[in-house]
Write a protein that binds this ligand. Structure first.
Ligand SMILES: Nc1ncnc2c1ncn2[C@@H]1O[C@H](COP(=O)(O)OP(=O)(O)OP(=O)(O)O)[C@@H](O)[C@H]1O
Length: 242
């Protein structure tokens, strides 16, 4: 029998209630080692709530969920400490004599070796988010939890960051849960897509497109249309009566 791929995330029957509303109501989820899973759904469908539960940031959730190995979280906002230089932000909380060397390596990987001595306030939004990725990478995570990590960036910077993410994943092989509103981003980066609706995982789609992916590659458009329709979004402005 073939060996089963190791699971980094296992969740069964996860439920989270706010007041009298069950925002998550019976979530079953497994993420394999090295797998990139994108989590989509309408605003308020509970994407961030699920990510926070897996990150161990929500003690009120019920159900069974375990994550294996080390993990790191990247949020939409960089969350760097303004009174620490870039390299010190990356090395923060990293133990051992080689913390500074590891931080320098991570900064090189995200293309910011020359900004190690800068203060966060001196960086652009895209650079700050690169530092946030370096700070995550330096922990050598088995699991990256990403809550709209490119959501606040301009379109061109977002494309560059998506490419960077692809390179980092190819090099490090972490598993990732990527919360995103961007259908193209999900299709470019993920192995599998989950659509949250009414407290449950309503749809699951395997993305069997070869890598490296491109929005104009064969098969991309069909998957894009399918996903937009699952999200109840018109594929073109004409369909919405514009
Ligand atoms: N701490 C909280 N207290 C009360 N309600 C909350 C809390 N956190 C989230 N909620 C509610 O839970 C629902 C899901 O929120 P969540 O942030 O997980 O959605 P989301 O899918 O990530 O949304 P978005 O795409 O807009 O970021 C929302 O209705 C929100 O108002």
């Amino acid at each position: 029998m073939a060996a089963r791929t190791a699971r980094i995330v296992s969740a069964t029957g996860v439920r989270r209630v706010f007041g009298s509303t069950a925002v998550l109501d019976g979530i079953d989820l497994a993420i394999a080692k090295g797998e990139v899973v994108a989590l989509l759904g309408a605003s308020g469908s509970g994407k961030s709530t699920l990510l926070r539960i897996l990150a161990g940031l929500d003690e009120e959730a019920t159900g069974e969920f375990t994550t294996r190995g080390s993990q790191a979280v990247v949020f939409q906002e960089h969350r760097l400490l303004p009174w620490k230089r870039v390299a010190d932000n990356v090395a923060l909380g990293v133990r051992g004599k080689d913390a500074a060397v590891r931080a320098a390596t991570a900064l090189t990987e995200v293309g910011l070796a020359d900004r190690a001595r800068a203060w966060p306030a001196e960086l652009s939004g895209g650079q700050s988010q690169r530092v946030a990725f370096a700070r995550a990478l330096v922990r050598e995570p088995d699991l990256l939890l990403l809550d709209e990590p490119f959501g606040a960036l301009d379109a061109l910077t977002r494309l560059r960051m998506q490419a960077l993410f692809g390179r980092l994943h190819a090099h490090h092989g972490f598993a990732a849960l990527l919360v995103t509103h961007d259908v193209d981003e999900a299709l470019l980066l993920a192995d599998r897509l989950l659509v949250l609706d009414a407290g449950r995982i309503a749809e699951e789609i395997d993305v069997d497109l070869p890598r490296p992916r491109a929005v104009d590659a064969p098969g991309f458009g069909a998957l894009r249309r399918k996903l937009l329709s699952l999200l109840h979004v018109p594929a073109s402005p004409e369909e919405d009566g514009f």
